[in-house]
Write a protein that binds this ligand. Structure first.
Ligand SMILES: [Zn+2]
Ligand SMILES: [Zn+2]
Length: 347
């Protein structure tokens, strides 16, 4: 004898082999919702803590609320095509309430339900702000120049490189690469860094951009958890002369075009040729073309350019140079060589 199973649902009596889909769906707890989720954030920089790790927030507050609310909802594995609509309100500064309508299908039966979760915002100082406020640092990038103070332009470039490097590393997720201080000192610039790899990058970029030489000087400052702790000074030594400097060599004026390894690539302001000399061969500094004054060309006569002294408006004669073709009534750029009591045409 073959026993014939009743072909009706034991719950509702509808025609079905075993429990029908509707009754099965009705008996299943198809979603649960945590009543409370916590979000830890840094009140100073807005970083978020997930588990034990901090990260910079990349989403706006609305998106964050959505993400947190969704994290409170747990769906049964058999739910298909789920949708969750969220509306939120802030009953107090550190509480947000998210009301959610959850819908989908379970065993082919449309289901929907509602739940509410409370988001608790908790403040905690993050790892980075903690280090910064505690004065933590690993190294110092020092920008100095040989026989002079770095120029305003050089200090600006160095500062810009430090700030850019910090931005790039932090955007790349390297949270603890921070610059804690950029300070002008009487001999140059000090950049205090939170991490030595970053100090290394900043220092070598500054040396590369300004033609300086980089040396590193580690100093043992103590021990922590059995590991020796070093502070590193990254010293960037800029050359004696910089781009645009006009120097005197054997009675000729030379404009420095490039520097590096104690060599100067120089433009001869008399004949317009370019050559290399060593730093030691430059006898004295006249000035920098960046500080040149604009002078009116009053007349041209043979190889003479008559200009008006920009300060006194008195007429001064300069020898014409083959690389510069001024016009009467136009202007030229000049540097004042106070020692020789004359003007140097630089552009
Ligand atoms: Zn049924
Ligand atoms: Zn922070």
């Amino acid at each position: 004898m073959v026993e014939i199973l009743p072909s009706v649902c034991p719950r509702c009596g509808k025609e079905s082999v075993g429990l029908c889909n509707e009754c099965r769906a009705a008996e299943t707890t198809w979603f649960i919702c945590d009543p409370r989720v916590e979000s830890i954030y840094c009140p100073v920089c807005g970083s978020q803590k997930h588990g034990k790790t901090w990260s910079d927030t990349v989403v706006d507050r609305e998106t964050l609320i959505q993400q947190l609310a969704l994290s409170a909802v747990h769906l049964h594995a058999d739910v298909r095509g789920s949708e969750i609509a969220i509306s939120s309100r802030d009953p107090s500064p550190n509480r947000t309430v998210a009301d959610m309508t959850v819908s989908g299908t379970l065993y082919g039966v449309p289901v929907s339900g509602e739940c509410t979760t409370k988001i608790v915002w908790r403040k905690e100082q993050c790892d980075r702000c903690n280090r910064i406020s505690g004065g933590y640092y690993e190294g110092i990038v020092q920008v100095r120049a040989t026989g002079r103070r770095p120029s305003v332009r050089e200090l600006e470039i160095a500062t810009h490189i430090a700030e850019q490097t910090e931005n790039v590393l932090q955007e790349g997720g390297d949270r603890l690469s921070f610059v804690s201080k950029i300070e002008e000192t009487k001999d140059g610039l000090d950049v205090v860094v939170g991490s030595n790899p970053m100090g290394q990058v900043i220092a070598s970029d500054i040396a590369g951009a300004l033609g300086g030489r980089l040396t590193t000087h580690p100093k043992l400052v103590g021990e922590k958890d059995g590991k020796r702790l070093f502070r590193i000074t990254f010293l960037v030594r800029l050359p004696r002369y910089q781009k645009g400097d006009v120097v005197v060599q054997k009675g000729r004026y030379l404009e420095v075009r490039q520097t590096g390894h104690g060599q100067l690539q120089a433009f001869d302001l008399q004949d317009g040729t370019v050559r290399f000399i060593s730093e030691e061969e430059a006898e004295r500094l006249v000035g920098n073309v960046g500080d040149a004054e604009s002078a009116l060309v009053a007349y041209l006569y043979d190889d003479i350019i008559g200009i008006l002294d920009p300060k006194t408006q008195g007429a001064v004669e300069c020898r014409a140079v083959p690389w510069l073709h001024p016009e009467e009534g136009g202007t030229v750029l000049v540097l004042r060589d106070t020692e020789a009591g004359q003007f140097v045409l630089v552009g």
